[in-house]
Design a protein around this ligand. Structure first.
Ligand code: MF3
Ligand code: CO
Length: 294
């Protein structure tokens, strides 16, 4: 097969774990994938495609992840520190039998990313960072439950936020919603980035190139990389079962970023202007997509 896996016999058990014969299960599907690969399309390897059992497990993980973000939404306010958010996330997650995925991930020291104002992503919670009226913050939560990964992030406006920054937060959320509309089974991944980018540009914003979404489910970061600076009709095929995040970082000013923070993590806009991000996790289905985490 195109992905290097052996070709099954018609009467073999299907690879998807259904217990059905291959000819009664994924044979037609695999022939479609092979034909697309033969036509020169970029077809995701089948190990990336989530089975119904995988999706069940990942949804249980996402239930915790969504719960953490709901808890943050209820409690975040002026005067708390980003360290307080870290404690909420850690405590809620472990109380629900799960593990915060960022903790110790490639040396990341905390349980959640908290990115305030001009911080693009990977802000590290700190007891010295107090939320003030006028701040905007992205809280990016990722959870491991029974080996299954979930990942989503939301923006919060603290106190009186300027209309310009409120608009950035709103438009970034709408950009994700536009991206979701572009998820069509058997379409291209690049369709998503193209609409997200156009939507941001139409509002005078720019989209960060260096970071984006990613496959997820059995690992924190799987293929494919989900860029938001793509052209429609390009990139991997959106095969049902493919699971990934949509998480554009949209800057009020220029797209360039500054990665020079000595902590090795915190990414800022180069021009110091505000930036926003929302993240959802989805799986492509035969009909469209299903939201997994938000
Ligand atoms: N949640 C981030 C993402 O979307 C991951 C941050 S990795 C960390 O990929 F270690 F910085 F938390
Ligand atoms: Co992510």
């Amino acid at each position: 097969m195109y992905d290097g896996e052996p070709e099954l016999g018609r009467n073999d058990d299907c690879w998807c774990g259904s217990g059905k014969k291959y000819k009664k299960c994924h044979l037609d599907f695999d022939e479609r994938l092979q034909a697309l690969a033969d036509a020169g399309e970029d077809v995701p390897h089948r190990y990336l495609l989530k089975t119904p059992q995988d999706i069940e497990g990942i949804k249980r993980s996402a239930e915790v992840n969504i719960g953490v973000l709901d808890y943050v939404a209820e409690n975040i306010r002026e005067g708390i520190t980003t360290q307080d958010i870290d404690k909420w996330v850690y405590d809620y997650t472990v109380e629900h039998g799960a593990i915060p995925a960022p903790l110790d991930y490639e040396g990341f020291p905390k349980s959640v990313c908290t990115s305030v104002n001009e911080v693009v992503c990977h802000g590290i919670p700190s007891p010295d960072e107090v939320l003030r009226s006028g701040d905007i913050i992205n809280v990016d939560c990722s959870t491991i439950l029974d080996g299954y990964y979930s990942d989503s992030s939301r923006m919060f406006c603290i106190g009186d936020v300027s209309p310009e920054m409120q608009e950035l937060v709103r438009v970034t959320k709408e950009a994700v919603e536009e991206g979701l509309k572009a998820v069509k089974p058997w379409g291209h991944l690049g369709d998503i980035g193209a609409v997200v980018n156009a939507y941001a540009k139409d509002h005078g914003y720019s989209v960060v190139r260096e970071f984006g979404g990613h496959g997820i489910g059995l690992e924190f970061h799987e293929d494919p990389f989900v860029s938001f600076t793509t052209k429609a009709g390009t990139g991997p095929i959106l095969v049902p079962g493919l699971m990934f995040t949509i998480e554009p970082m949209i800057n009020m000013g220029k797209a360039r970023i500054d990665m020079s923070d000595p902590n090795g993590w915190t990414v800022r806009t180069k021009d110091g202007k505000p930036t926003a991000q929302w993240e959802v996790q989805i799986v492509v289905t035969d009909e469209g997509y299903q939201l997994i985490s938000w």
